[in-house]
Design a binder for this molecule. Structure first.
Ligand SMILES: CC(C)(COP(=O)(O)OP(=O)(O)OC[C@H]1O[C@@H](n2cnc3c(N)ncnc32)[C@H](O)[C@@H]1OP(=O)(O)O)[C@@H](O)C(=O)NCCC(=O)NCCS
Length: 184
């Protein structure tokens, strides 16, 4: 029988539960969530099969993590975090992360809980002091979401993303991870 990863956080008021991704249970919902966000033109992630996702989760490095969120019994979304520049010993304090929530669960605090209770405590644990990534410039809701967590826009990439021949701008975002969680 599948043994689920332990819950790392749960909110009784919102009914959201966060835990590390389970290689048996979560790859299917994660790949479906990526498919949905790709159709919306909101993510540059590749379309991984559940098997590829399982392979990734099962073989993550010691500083990589994937957190999943459930509302009730239903999968709601996930976040990933990993070293940003693994080839440089000068940049080991830098992480790169992202979050994807299913449309029907957006605007309910799922993304916030994934970061506050999953990704940011993980950053503190494994020594990521700085987190950065880019977001496609048209994805304004996502930029506002990351700003609400304390990220700031720190740069702009013109024509960075090749979306089937259409070149899309992207916004670079960053945050220095606070040493303690801000009160909610
Ligand atoms: C961006 C995303 C992860 C946000 O997740 P979420 O669970 O809906 O976010 P939350 O409910 O925790 O929102 C927290 C705050 O972020 C801001 N925010 C979130 N979505 C927003 C939107 N569409 N427009 C404006 N502000 C938004 C708000 O300030 C919100 O606080 P409020 O609800 O009190 O107003 C989700 O919309 C998503 O998965 N989008 C598609 C995939 C994507 O764009 N991922 C990021 C690229 S890597």
């Amino acid at each position: 029988m599948a043994i689920r990863s332990p819950i790392v956080a749960s909110s009784t008021t919102d009914g959201i539960r966060i835990r590390h991704a389970d290689p048996l249970e979560d790859p299917g919902p994660i790949s479906e969530c990526i498919r949905v966000c790709r159709r919306e033109k909101r993510t540059v992630l590749n379309e991984y099969t559940a098997e590829q996702e399982r392979e990734y989760i099962s073989n993550m490095g010691p500083r990589e993590a994937v957190f999943v969120a459930y509302m009730g019994d239903g999968f709601a979304g996930f976040s990933g975090i990993a070293p940003r520049w693994p080839y440089s010993e000068r940049l080991t304090h830098c992480g790169e992360g992202g979050t994807w929530v299913l449309p029907e669960h957006r605007g309910k605090g799922v993304g916030t809980m994934l970061w506050r209770r999953g990704v940011l405590p993980w950053c503190r644990k494994v020594g990521f002091k700085h987190v950065g990534f880019f977001v496609m410039a048209h994805n304004k809701g996502s930029i506002s979401f990351y700003e609400s967590l304390g990220f700031r826009v720190c740069g702009y990439h013109r024509c960075l993303v090749d979306w089937e021949g259409e070149l899309l701008d992207a916004v670079e975002m960053e945050m220095w991870v606070p040493e303690e969680e801000a009160p909610t």
